[in-house]
Design a binder for this molecule. Structure first.
Ligand code: A2P
Length: 282
């Protein structure tokens, strides 16, 4: 090993011990980044190793972050991975002047990240009464928790049909599209299970697309029901369950519409017919 390399290794190991001390003091895990993927100039995903003792329910979020001037800088992130997966995956936007995402986007394999110890959240099937159809309706990075819920076997025990919608401004922002359109069907566990019970419904608002416009507008106009061959353009409070994840404005619009259709918001302590969570931004 040449001198420069061994010097670099020593610096890395010193840096790691400092971060580990900070993590221990703040009751956080310190985990290694094992994969990074950039979808566009403003969207990326990454995976970290999963500590053996880290348990969560599919759909929950957790605090993650970096060292910022001798203090952990943490933000809430929905976990993309289902609860059985060996690693933990996250989906993030890059906010140019966002304190955390402006730095997170430069992370590479081998770097380390703080991970909280208390996952929580309401986008979990436990917060929904049993029903027949599950609609997961999201915008932007609000897709993240649905990728988790979709791959949890419990979701498939609880619901006969699953519809996942994703609304973005430009087509290129449809992250995970090829996974949801193709690859998921060759998954050992889910391929067969999903069969014709699963529909992925992307919509794009600011460029031409086969299903153009806001999902809220497409639901109201009946275009959504027509495309999915649903008998009514309204959700059915007896059989339909809905999870909503997006911006504040989107969540507000969706929840008013769902309430107009007779659905009631649920929580972990009082399951209902729909649940809402804000998509987190850095
Ligand atoms: P639009 O382009 O019409 O604003 P953003 O990037 O601002 O978070 O938005 C992500 C996607 O969510 C965009 O396609 C945007 O559509 C859509 N969106 C934003 N606000 C709402 C809302 N109140 N109802 C429905 N869709 C919304």
């Amino acid at each position: 090993m040449d001198v420069k390399m061994s010097q670099r290794k020593m610096e890395e190991s010193l840096q790691y011990s400092k971060l580990k001390d900070m993590a221990d003091e703040k009751k956080l895990f310190l985990e290694k980044i094992i994969w990074v993927h950039h979808w566009t100039e403003s969207l990326f995903s990454f995976r970290i190793e999963r500590p053996n003792s880290f348990r969560f329910r599919s759909g929950e979020f957790i605090m993650i972050g970096l060292n910022d001037n001798k203090k952990p800088l943490l933000r809430a992130y929905s976990i993309v991975s289902p609860n059985w997966e060996e690693h933990l995956e996250f989906f993030s936007i890059k906010v140019p002047d966002g304190p955390l995402t402006s730095r997170l986007q430069h992370l590479k394999e081998g770097d380390h990240l703080f991970l909280g110890k208390k996952p929580t959240g309401t986008l979990v099937t436990d917060a929904l009464k049993s029903g027949k159809r599950l609609f997961m309706v999201g915008t932007g990075t609000g897709l993240a928790p649905f990728l988790s819920v979709l791959r949890d076997p419990e979701t498939h025990e609880k619901f006969d049909e699953i519809v996942l919608t994703h609304t973005v401004r430009e087509e290129k922002e449809l992250a995970y599209r090829s996974f949801l359109e193709k690859e998921i069907y060759s998954d050992e566990i889910f391929g067969e299970l999903l069969g014709n019970r699963f529909t992925y419904y992307p919509t794009v608002t600011r460029s031409e697309f086969r299903t153009e416009g806001r999902i809220t507008d497409r639901i109201r106009s009946g275009a959504f029901a027509k495309d999915l061959k649903l008998t009514s353009k309204k959700f059915n409070p007896q059989t339909d369950r809905v999870m909503v994840c997006g911006s504040m404005a989107f969540n507000k619009d969706m929840s008013s519409m769902l309430e107009e259709h007779g659905l009631k918001e649920g929580s972990n302590s009082t399951p209902g017919s729909f649940v809402i969570e804000r998509a987190f931004v850095g």
